[in-house]
Each structure stands twice: as C-alpha cells, then as structure tokens.
Design a protein around this ligand. Structure first.
Ligand SMILES: [Zn+2]
Length: 445
C-alpha cells in the first residue's frame, strides 16, 4: 500500500512533464538535423512550433503527403528581420516540401503578420496559426520558454471542405466576418480545396502562390494559357506579347507561367473606361485581352483577341442563381473550372485574328491608344464634353458635374460672352496668356 501511494504521483508527474520536454527538444532536434546544429535560430523554432502544434491538432505524422503546409514566411518582414528561416522549421518538423508540392509559399505584402496554415486532405480540417509580433525575433532560448499561446496570437482549427461551406453558408459568413483566419479565409480555403483537387497541377499552384488566392479570374488566365498552347503554340525563337485589355486576375497567371512580366515588357496593361465598355459590340463583350505570338527574327506576329465566358462558368457551376455569399459561389466556380483544363475552348473563343509588324505592335502597347480599336474589334469612342453655361451663373456643368467659374458668362452689347479659358480647357485644350503681346495661345492636341 505504501509503495503505491508514492509511485503513482511520481509516474503522474513524469507523464505530465515528460511529453512537453520531449516535444520541445524533439522539434529542435529535427531542426538541427535539417539545418545543422550551429545554424538553428528562433525563426526556425517558430516554423517548427507551428508544425508541431498542427501535427497534434490534425493528428498527422512527419512526411504525410496528404497534408498541405502554407505560409507567408519569406515575404513577411517583422521588426526589420526577414522570415525565410521559418520555412525550414516547417519542413524539418512536418516533412512538407516544395518538391512534394505540399509546401506553398503564399505571396503577401511585407507588413502583413506572419502566419502558418496546415490542411489535411482527408478530414478537410485546417489549422491556422498567427505569430505574435512581440515575440518574433527574440533569442531562441527565450522563445523556447514561452507557451504556445504566448508565441501565437491565434491558433484556430476549422473544417473547410467545400460541402461544409455550401451547407452552412450563413455560419461561414459569420466566421468570415469574425476573421477566423485573421482575414485570410478566402485565400486559405480556396487554395486548400484546389490543392486537394485531383486535377490540380504544380504550375497552377505556382500561379496561386503568386496571386495569393484562387478565383475564377486567375483560373481564366490559366485556361487561356491552355488555349494558347492549342491555338497559338510557340515555335523556337518566338514569345508572347500580351495586351491585358481589360486587366483582371488572369494577368498574374501569364506573368508566372509565361514570364511575360510588366517590367520585361511582356505584358501591357490597359483598362477600358465605362464608356468604352459600353461601346463594345455584343460579340466582343467577353473580351479577355490580346495575345500575340511575336517572332523577333521576322519582326512580325500573329495575334488573337480572346473572349472568356464567365456567365457560362456560373451556369456550369450551378451558381447562376445562387443567393448565398459571393465568395462561396466563387469557390464553387473555381472547382468547376478545374474540369476544363483539357478543353478550354468550352469557355474561350477567338473573337478576332490579326497580324502585326513592329510598328503595329508598338501602337498596341502605346499610352493613349485603344488596342481594341486598333485591331478593328470596336469603334473609337470620342471623348466629347457636354458643357452647360448659364448667363450670370457662378458655376457651369461639364458632363453633369458642377464646376465653379472664375468669371460667369454674361451679355455684353447683345452678345453672350463666355469665359474662354474654361471652355477651352473643358474641351481638352491648354490655354496660355502672354502678357507682353496680349496674346492668348490655345493648343489642342
Ligand atoms: Zn483574383
């Protein structure tokens, strides 16, 4: 009897203390093995801790390829320090790697908080952890003493399978409002579900990492690339020149997969005004940009003006009349779009074919040129201005907007005299007054 009473508390105490010590030293051991003992930093520990908490909450073991790890580590900069070492901490403990396609480095602006997320394919559960800025960057020994709750300001677990969302839209609307993943809800839910889709490919994941969320827009860009592969394939020595008119999320896909970046002049971004959009002929309403296969040697290119049918996507996804939250219908469309990777022509049409030489290409790319007019897809919209001036009034209207006048219009000797500078400038001219010669210069471009 006496023996028992002594031994039981000792064993209990050992059980309580030992697992904590074992897991803390265990993950540091993992990081040491991965990166070399002398290279371990507190940043490694943050990633390692996040992974070990997720492993416990999602019950998975190191190397499980059915688990996806996501983080903005490497992009986040905290207290002037970069955060890339966290990524090795995640890999050392969870076994998730870029090569296995189950470690995604999600693009975010540098000032955003540092976070980690782990998603399990079979249970569709996601654990989100956000680092406490106040502890990030402190020495390893100090962070090692802190509790999970001191290191992370948020640790949340949610079921994020598409069916969970579609069946409980109201509940999820509330969760998004309450920022269960600190504002990363749409991004993480979309990426995790698409990653788990059997047709998801690594090049698409690269697009998503850069774009930082999946949406029907970026999906349309990926499908346009598939369409170009079929309809306008590149030969050696050729490259694409893209006129992103009008621009949307699709254009990030081209920059990642085709390297047609803005800085390298592979893509020119041109928005349409409301008036220009209204002037689009019915057959060109779906316009999704101009794609030119440029041959530098011959100085010529073949172009396609493409259209993308989002109404059709909505119908195919069964959300044409969906009354729930917009972001849930977008998730549904994302999953639907995965089914058309092999036949993008279901959603994409060639609106017009055209040829360009170097001068014509330069014109399409130039500021002030509507490229859709240039290739004959639509008619020029004249700028035009509707000006209303009332005699004696201190204000006039230009295209319906009130504009104060320096001088009202007035009747002098039975003639209406109007303020010349106002009228000229309203019509797009510039006016200069030359005092010496008492001359007005009006220049119309
Ligand atoms: Zn997007």
């Amino acid at each position: 009897m006496r023996m028992k009473t002594v031994i039981v508390p000792v064993i209990m105490a050992l059980l309580l203390v030992f697992p904590v010590l074992a897991s803390a030293s265990g993950i540091i051991q993992d990081v040491e093995n991965f990166t070399g003992k002398e290279n371990v930093t507190s940043w490694h520990l943050l990633g390692a801790k996040a992974a070990s908490i997720a492993m416990e909450q999602l019950s998975f073991t190191k190397g499980d390829e059915n688990v996806l790890a996501m983080t903005n580590a490497g992009y986040a900069i905290i207290n002037g320090q970069t955060t890339e070492k966290c990524i090795d901490g995640v890999t050392a403990v969870s076994g998730c790697t870029v090569g296995k396609g189950n470690l995604l480095l999600i693009h975010r602006s540098k000032e955003k908080p540092l976070w980690f997320a782990f998603f399990k394919k079979d249970t569709k559960e996601l654990v989100y952890l956000q680092v406490n800025n106040a502890v990030a960057g402190k020495p390893l020994t100090e962070i090692n003493k802190l509790t999970d709750k001191e290191i992370f300001v948020k640790i949340t677990k949610e079921s994020i399978g598409l069916n969970d969302l579609l069946n409980n839209p109201g509940q999820w609307e509330e969760k998004v409002k309450n920022k269960v993943f600190e504002g990363n809800e749409f991004s993480l839910i979309g990426i995790a579900n698409v990653w788990a889709h059997p047709k998801c490919t690594y090049d698409f994941l690269q697009v998503i990492q850069f774009h930082n969320h999946v949406c029907p827009g970026v999906n349309s860009g990926y499908l346009i690339i598939k369409y170009l592969d079929k309809m306008l394939p590149l030969q050696p020595g050729q490259e694409y020149k893209i006129i992103a008119c009008p621009p949307w999320c699709k254009d990030d896909a081209f920059q990642v997969i085709l390297d047609t970046t803005v800085g390298k002049k592979g893509i020119y971004v041109k928005a349409l005004t409301k008036e220009q959009e209204e002037k689009l002929p019915p057959e060109a309403k779906t316009i999704a940009g101009l794609y030119i296969r440029w041959d530098g040697k011959s100085g010529s290119g073949d172009g396609l003006a493409l259209g993308f049918d989002f109404d059709k996507v909505r119908k195919l996804a069964g959300v044409a009349d969906y009354s729930g939250p917009e972001w849930i219908s977008k998730l549904k469309m994302n999953m639907e779009l995965m089914e058309y990777l092999d036949n993008p022509e279901t959603l994409i049409t060639t609106l017009k074919r055209f040829k360009v030489d170097a001068d014509e290409l330069a014109a399409l790319q130039a500021a002030g040129v509507n490229p859709l007019v240039e290739i004959g897809l639509m008619k020029e919209t004249k700028g035009g201005a509707d000006i209303v001036l009332k005699i004696g009034a201190e204000a006039a209207t230009k295209n319906g907007k009130t504009v104060q006048l320096a001088q009202p219009a007035q009747i002098i000797n039975d003639r209406a005299m109007v303020p010349l500078r106002f009228i000229s400038e309203a019509l797009g001219a510039s006016v200069e007054w030359e005092e010496d010669t008492q001359t007005v210069h009006i220049t119309v471009n």
